[in-house]
Ligand binder design. Structure first.
Ligand code: PBG
Length: 325
């Protein structure tokens, strides 16, 4: 008797057959690689919780950029670690701040590589919050003024994309107006529209030396339990003129990535954050998982979930592995 059932395995029968019907692909152009620029000299510190990720000073930037270019990475996301911090994060919007200097250098020597500037104050403020602080409060509108100054100085230095990550309300409106007024109408805003208050940022705070000195970020970053809130955030940022929408972190929020992809017509960016990277690295170093296949599975899963672009510390390795295949 002939049984009636579907033969799904027909399309899995060989590597060629599987390649023929593969629905999602990773390419070098999908990745944005974060870089930590350290003000100082002769610095190339590996971040202890993020093996393979380095803080680099300007004098080591050329070698780092050559390596990035050789890997085929097309965009970098810059974070700065300034030599001095103050209450108002003055180095974030100083025309010779570390990110501004690094941006100028990269645009002069590696003009093909897009510079995405992270627009936030937490690496630059003595208290480590993303805005201006009064008592225990992070003030919204007062912070916007400084964030606009930061974005404009980054654009002046040559940044190709402004990526505000501070989670103050109205930052897209304020930064868009500030950029337009300063003559940067053509510079897009990649908004960290949907950014959760996540424990997965732990290793980044070591890398960027930007941990809050008191309290936490829960009055401005989002509650991990919420989904509707992601729609509200994405709606307002899209309405305010964002050109890209970031969802962050990545792996634990793939449902949100799919929601944003299905409901908005802007490019969706996922941020595969530091803690996600550290977990994989630690497990791989222990021999508990295979790093290459785990990372590629995770990254293609992000594309399947709806991400158009992936900000990831795995970018160099991923591109190398893709080229081997
Ligand atoms: C700054 C910022 C953070 C990250 C990116 N930009 C830290 C934070 O919000 O606490 C985290 C990135 C990562 O964990 O890889 N606001």
């Amino acid at each position: 008797m002939e049984l009636q059932f579907s033969r799904h395995r027909r399309l899995r029968s060989s590597a060629s057959m599987r390649a023929l019907v593969r629905e999602n692909h990773l390419r070098a152009e999908d990745f944005i690689y974060p870089l930590f620029i350290y003000e100082g000299e002769n610095i190339r510190n590996e971040v202890s919780s993020m093996p393979g990720v380095f803080q680099v000073s300007m004098d080591n930037l050329q070698a780092e950029m050559e390596d990035i270019e050789a890997h085929g990475i097309k965009a970098v996301l810059l974070f700065g670690i300034p030599a001095t911090k103050d209450e108002c994060g003055g180095q974030a919007y100083h025309d010779h701040g570390i990110v501004q200097e690094a941006t100028r250098y990269i645009k002069q020597h590696f003009p093909e590589i897009l510079v995405v500037a992270d627009t936030c104050l937490c690496e630059y403020t003595s208290h480590g919050h993303c805005g201006v602080v009064e008592g225990e409060q992070v003030l919204n509108d007062e912070s916007l003024e400084l964030l606009v100054k930061t974005a404009v100085s980054q654009a002046k230095a040559g940044a190709d994309i402004i990526a505000p990550s501070n989670m103050m309300d109205g930052f897209v409106t304020a930064i868009r107006a500030g950029l337009d007024e300063a003559g940067f109408k053509e510079i897009p805003i990649m908004s960290y529209a949907v950014k959760y208050a996540s424990a997965f940022y732990g290793p980044f705070r070591e890398a960027a030396e930007g941990a809050p000195q008191f309290g936490d970020r829960k009055t401005y970053q989002m509650d991990p339990a919420n989904r509707m809130e992601a729609f509200r955030e994405a709606e307002s940022d899209a309405a305010e003129g964002a050109d890209f929408l970031i969802v962050k972190p990545g792996m634990p929020y793939l449902d949100i990535v799919r929601d944003i992809k299905n409901n908005f017509n802007l490019p969706v960016v996922i941020y595969n954050v530091s803690g996600e990277y550290s977990m994989i690295k630690a497990a791989a170093q222990n021999g508990w998982i295979d790093e290459k296949s785990t990372v590629l599975e995770m990254l293609v899963g992000m594309k399947r979930a709806g991400a158009d672009l992936i900000i990831t510390y795995h970018a160099k390795d991923a591109i190398r592995w893709l080229n081997e295949q």
